[in-house]
Design a protein around this ligand. Structure first.
Ligand SMILES: Nc1ncnc2c1ncn2[C@@H]1O[C@H](COP(=O)(O)OP(=O)(O)OP(=O)(O)O)[C@@H](O)[C@H]1O
Ligand SMILES: [Mg+2]
Length: 206
């Protein structure tokens, strides 16, 4: 078993399952959090991730197959998705992929779910499709405010992590999002984004 990545939350190992490559995602102990709370968070997110991966597939969103779950070890064994994360793409491909992130995000929202951590490293381009991963913070919700948080986070990720293509990537994302949700739906949600942002600015001034 090979350590592939050390994420903010979890260690990602490349392993094998029935002769195929598989990913073992193990949520790590955070020493600065109270032990009981840390255990509860890791359990909840591990379980949540496994459940939400299966749920989003029902909406037609590509996601890795969950192969096994060991809650006592905070571990999920899942299908390995070969490919590149959107975050590592060159600007031209990145902008295009952000359109697909937009339509996937809208598909989640339309079906009453949010991802909770929409970043360019949580989407993998593979076999001409975009797979969503890292669903530990995903949840079911019907509130436009929660959908707005997904959009706002992604726009922030673009301006902090992909400054040069941020504008074009955001426009592409919105095009993809609108194509699934429709103009009026997007207008309602982006109004909430603007409200949150103006409150945020006010808070920093005070
Ligand atoms: N099923 C998979 N197939 C291929 N690569 C994967 C898979 N799952 C995770 N990875 C790789 O590992 C990285 C981290 O995975 P993930 O986002 O699930 O963990 P994380 O701890 O939340 O990380 P981060 O804090 O970076 O978001 C991904 O960006 C991707 O490069
Ligand atoms: Mg991630």
């Amino acid at each position: 078993m090979k350590l592939l990545k050390k994420g903010a939350e979890a260690d990602i190992y490349l392993t094998e399952h029935r002769g195929r490559r598989a990913i073992l995602k193990v949520r790590k102990r955070k020493p600065y959090i109270n032990a009981a709370l840390d255990e509860r968070i890791r359990k909840t997110r591990t379980l949540r991730e496994a459940q939400m991966i299966s749920l989003v597939k029902e909406f037609g969103v590509p996601a890795p197959l969950v192969l096994d779950l060991d809650i006592t070890k905070y571990a999920i064994l899942m299908e390995y998705i070969p490919g590149t994360t959107v975050g590592t793409m060159r600007p031209f491909r990145l902008v295009d992929a952000c359109g697909q992130i937009g339509s996937i995000t809208a598909l989640l929202h339309k079906n009453g779910a949010v991802h909770g951590d929409i970043t360019t490293s949580n989407f993998i381009a593979s076999r001409n499709r975009l797979y969503v991963i890292d669903l530990g913070l995903a949840s079911r919700t019907q509130r436009n405010e929660d959908y707005a948080v997904d959009l706002r986070l992604f726009r922030e990720i673009l301006s902090s992590g992909h400054a040069k293509s941020a504008e074009a990537a955001w426009r592409s994302f919105v095009r993809g999002y609108v194509s699934v949700i429709g103009r009026p739906g997007y207008a309602r949600i982006s109004k909430i984004v603007a409200d949150i942002e103006s409150r945020g600015r006010y808070a920093t001034v005070v």
